[in-house]
Write a protein that binds this ligand. Structure first.
Ligand code: NAD
Length: 278
């Protein structure tokens, strides 16, 4: 399905991004695996190689303004071009709106909105220019698309996530704008809004003791007890399928939108939620 195609996925060292990287590779893509640190990115690449696929790891922080160009240049140099860009990297830094500090607000907008924008801008020469040249020569056009990762927090808001919800709604506007601006070149741009996926972002914060180091600051990951106490007692009851998704099920939404099955789908927000919110 993705033979001879290059896929770049940010935040693919673990969780949904890692699963998407494995699935793309299983379907024949050459995958560029980005994550903050080289360790987890290498781990994903090792798994892909052991399954007979093709991948390289590129460590780096997507919020570094210079990084998007670097990442995409590396992808083009290594695998010759770009077909699919997945803006997946992210984390949460939760708190009640009246307590969110400026740094906490900005950091989350940076990773969920500004970084994907810069990635898309940096992808323009690789996607737009390549598509324009193909169209001009009258040759066949290949699959070129972007998948941005949003959230039901962006679509509906969520207690404790004013910063995250703003970023995840912002990316919906960005997605639809790119779909309109780049559509004539045959380049599609869609978003996946995940509901409740079982990763370190949704497990109880104090129990898992997971954190991410950003700009020298340690941010605890997972849902804090105080926020959990304000959410529905039984979150599973709000999900028609009655359970959270696995990372494989979540990543399949990204694969679907990137695939030829979605050749005429653009500007769409696919809710991968087990029916939550309908
Ligand atoms: N888990 C859920 O229920 C859920 C729901 C809705 C949306 N999402 C979104 O899905 C995406 C993946 O999340 P996940 O649940 O797999 O979490 P995860 O923590 O398992 O994986 C996210 C990866 O992104 C990386 N990352 C974070 N900041 C980065 C940066 N600045 N530069 C490069 N890499 C960075 C992390 O190191 C991590 O490996 C995120 O955008 C998240 O907001 C998740």
């Amino acid at each position: 399905m993705f033979q001879d195609q290059t896929v770049v996925i940010t935040g693919a060292g673990r969780g949904i991004g890692a699963s998407a990287a494995l699935q793309f590779a299983d379907y024949g893509a050459s995958v560029v695996v980005n994550d903050l640190e080289i360790g987890p990115a290498d781990e994903t690449v090792r798994t892909i190689l052991s399954r007979g696929g093709q991948a390289i790891a590129v460590a780096g922080d997507v919020t570094d303004p210079a990084f998007p160009e670097q990442l995409l240049e590396t992808a083009a140099a290594e695998f010759g071009g770009l077909n699919v860009l997945v803006n997946n990297a992210g984390y949460t830094w939760d708190g009640m709106a009246h307590r969110i500090g400026d740094e906490q607000w900005q950091a989350i907008l940076d990773v969920h909105l500004t970084a994907p924008f810069r990635m898309i801008r940096a992808a323009a020469p690789h996607l737009r220019d390549a598509a324009a040249a193909e169209l001009e020569s009258g040759g066949p056009t290949v699959n070129r698309c972007i998948v941005n990762v949003s959230s039901t927090s962006g679509l509906h808001g969520n207690i404790g996530q004013a910063n995250y919800a703003a970023g995840k709604m912002g990316i919906v506007g960005l997605t639809k704008t790119i779909a309109k601006e780049w559509g004539r070149l045959g380049i599609r741009c869609n978003a996946v809004a995940f509901g409740f996926i079982d990763t370190r972002l949704t497990r109880p914060q104090e129990i898992q003791e997971e954190s991410i180091e950003i700009g020298g600051r340690e941010v605890a990951l997972g849902i804090p007890a105080k926020v959990r106490s304000m959410l529905d007692k039984d979150i599973h009851a709000r999900i028609p399928l009655g359970r959270p998704a696995t990372i494989e099920e979540a990543a399949a939404g990204i694969i679907l939108l990137s695939s030829p099955l979605a050749a005429y789908i653009t500007g769409h927000v696919l809710e991968v939620t087990g029916g939550m919110g309908i």
